[in-house]
Design a protein around this ligand. Structure first.
Ligand code: CO
Ligand code: CO
Length: 274
């Protein structure tokens, strides 16, 4: 199993820039083409929320057009910048497992040696997240069914990561998910987005890790609560299930940079110079 995780694309409507100066639409379209061109192709692409910036129909029209160009199975969940209803309208045919109820988007992917559990932590109109009683009951049912190793994908981190800016808008009842980690040893990963940066911690057997955003990042500051953002280059995470080891997650930069080049020991240490 080899998966690419993108997060927090924040599409704007056609011809509009994010904050009037960031070309999120163009950069995300370019990233879609780069992901399609990967020599080592992932089995699926996952997007962990904040597909658009303002939850508006025109943004979803553009996001849908560009994301439908991805040549991979696509698994998505909404974030706080999404509108549940418009999100579902735009993407239910690209990701049929989303179902038809915008208030209950939760689904499992069982095509791999591990089970992927996708849940919606967003609350329409709020920045912080919350897991509904239905979502928690669904997770419990999925985890009680058998002991297949399972990973959760959600937008909001279930724990505060120590970020002065983002902790107040994390998932407010993330403790309920931690209680499931306590009870179900097969739940070994929680992958989220929302904080626009790769940050990882561990709770018992579970790695809890956020993905970078594709375009704009958020500095990780511990006391400064101002809503800062930057154009530090975007990235995605690659999840590679290595036989005998388990899941290995790596950071895949989406910056424009020179290379790669081939390492050659003759060139590296030619032996005729000092
Ligand atoms: Co975001
Ligand atoms: Co968010």
């Amino acid at each position: 199993m080899f998966l690419a995780q993108l997060s927090d694309l924040h599409f704007r409507s056609q011809g509009t820039r994010l904050y009037d100066f960031i070309d999120v639409n163009g950069i995300n379209a370019e990233i879609v083409n780069r992901v399609n061109a990967l020599a080592e192709r992932p089995d699926a692409v996952i997007i962990t929320g904040d597909i658009v910036n303002c939850g508006r129909p025109g943004e979803y029209r553009l996001a849908r057009r560009i994301l439908s160009q991805l040549n991979y199975p696509l698994y998505m969940i909404p974030g706080n910048h999404d509108s549940k209803a418009y999100f579902l309208d735009a993407f239910s045919d690209l990701c049929p497992l989303l179902g038809h109820d915008p208030e209950n988007m939760a689904y499992a992917v069982d095509d791999f040696p591990v089970r992927l559990l996708f849940i919606d932590s967003s609350i329409d109109g709020a920045s912080k997240g919350r897991l509904s009683d239905n979502t928690l009951a669904w997770l419990e049912t999925m985890l009680s069914g058998d002991n297949k190793e399972s990973y959760v994908f959600m937008h909001h981190p279930p724990v505060p990561f120590g970020s002065a800016q983002m902790d107040p808008i994390a998932c407010e009842n993330g403790k309920s998910l931690l209680e499931l980690i306590d009870r179900f040893p097969q739940l070994t990963r929680v992958f989220c987005g929302h904080v626009h940066r790769m940050i990882a911690t561990q709770y018992r057997q579970a790695l809890i890790c956020s993905a970078p955003a594709t375009v704009h990042q958020v500095p990780y500051l511990h006391t400064d609560t101002r809503p800062l953002y930057s154009l530090e280059p975007g990235a995605m995470m690659m999840h590679n299930l290595v036989p005998g080891i388990g899941l290995v997650t790596s950071y895949h930069s989406l910056a424009q940079f020179a290379g790669p080049w081939l390492y050659d020991p003759q060139i590296s240490c030619p032996g005729d110079d000092c």
